[in-house]
Design a binder for this molecule. Structure first.
Ligand code: MLT
Length: 341
């Protein structure tokens, strides 16, 4: 009797059994949570062509990472043949691969997991900062080629240098804290962040992007890719960088992007490496991904990783669990916590 009284009849009758497509992979525990909640999960990657033909039309939800592009045409394709898609989950932060407007017009909720990968991306950025100034990737390549480059690989310390953060959200603030602990002076540009936040963290917030470039030997990108930020890092801005640290050491200029491809003009970065204005460029993200045969790969002082800043066991487990709970919330008839529309 008590047992029957304790059942939440309202949420039980509201719950819908959903078919969920997971197109770019998901942590196993998260898949189990979704299945245990009564839903069906299909792990399957679809080509752009299959998506356009309506491969998602038999699904109620799709979970993607960056490889699947939910463009206007793909979303409309999913609505073909009485398509019933009502949920797009972005297992990650960036939603530049989803046409949110089209989703909204078609009654589809879009959610991301904005916090789950912060720590991993912070650590990856710091790893690139350290690795490029100490020539770690270059040294490793040379060692494998049988070259003992002890004399030629003279690095510089991060301590006594200035770091410019373009975008000052959660990830940039985390990078700022770590870089300050290493002795760097922190500058940032972010028109959407209140000055008090930067002040509290001992970071100098600039009103102009150019003034950050003028003051910093190290620039790290942490903004979204939008029309406004496309090729924000270009030749004229790279040429503003001082090449000399606040400690007077000629450390050269260093550029890092673990945010989104397209914010750095890769031709400008290549030119900067070739003419010596940039001493290193480290990219985890590229304008065209997968990045194959990119001309930057021929440059000794280029350090690349294949969009893996959020690829840690910890981040993927957190992302999966958060995404599972968003799906469950949605199909229980509630607005998911991180809904973007
Ligand atoms: C993100 O936006 O969360 C990252 O770029 C990670 C990814 O897309 O895999």
């Amino acid at each position: 009797m008590n047992y029957i009284r304790n059942i939440d009849w309202v949420s039980l009758t509201r719950r819908v059994m959903a078919r969920v497509a997971v197109t770019d992979g998901m942590d196993k525990k998260a898949v189990k949570i979704i299945i245990d909640a009564g839903h069906e999960v299909i792990l399957q990657h679809y080509s752009a062509e299959e998506l356009l033909k309506g491969a998602l039309s038999s699904f109620d939800a799709v979970v993607i990472r960056s490889a699947t592009k939910m463009t206007e045409e793909v979303i409309l394709g999913s609505k073909k043949n009485n398509g019933k898609l009502t949920f797009i989950g972005r297992a990650g932060v960036g939603v530049d691969n989803i046409s949110i407007d089209t989703a909204t017009k078609n009654g589809i909720t879009v959610c991301n997991t904005p916090r789950a990968s912060t720590r991993s991306v912070v650590e990856m950025t710091v790893a690139h900062l350290l690795s490029s100034c100490r020539n770690i990737a270059t040294a490793d390549r040379k060692l494998r080629q049988g070259v003992w480059a002890k004399k030629e690989l003279l690095g510089s310390e991060l301590s006594g240098k200035s770091l410019g953060l373009i975008g000052y959200g959660r990830i940039a603030q985390g990078v700022g804290v770590a870089a300050r602990a290493l002795g760097m002076e922190i500058h940032a540009y972010d028109p959407y962040v209140p000055a008090e936040i930067a002040q509290k963290q001992n970071c100098r917030l600039h009103k102009e992007v150019d003034s950050v470039f003028k003051m910093c030997t190290h620039i790290s990108i942490h903004c979204n890719l939008t029309d406004e930020t496309y090729h924000l890092v270009n030749t004229s801005r790279i040429n503003l960088m001082p090449g000399v640290g606040t400690d007077g050491i000629n450390c050269g200029n260093h550029l890092i992007n673990c945010a989104r491809g397209g914010i750095v003009d890769e031709e400008a970065a290549l030119e900067g490496l070739q003419n010596g204005q940039l001493s290193s460029v480290a990219l985890d993200v590229f304008e065209v991904e997968p990045a194959i045969n990119n001309p930057l790969f021929l440059e000794e002082n280029f350090h690349g990783t294949p969009h893996i800043a959020a690829a840690t066991k910890e981040a993927q487990a957190r992302i999966g669990i958060e995404m599972a709970s968003l799906i469950i919330e949605h199909f229980e008839g509630n607005k998911p916590t991180t809904a973007l529309n």
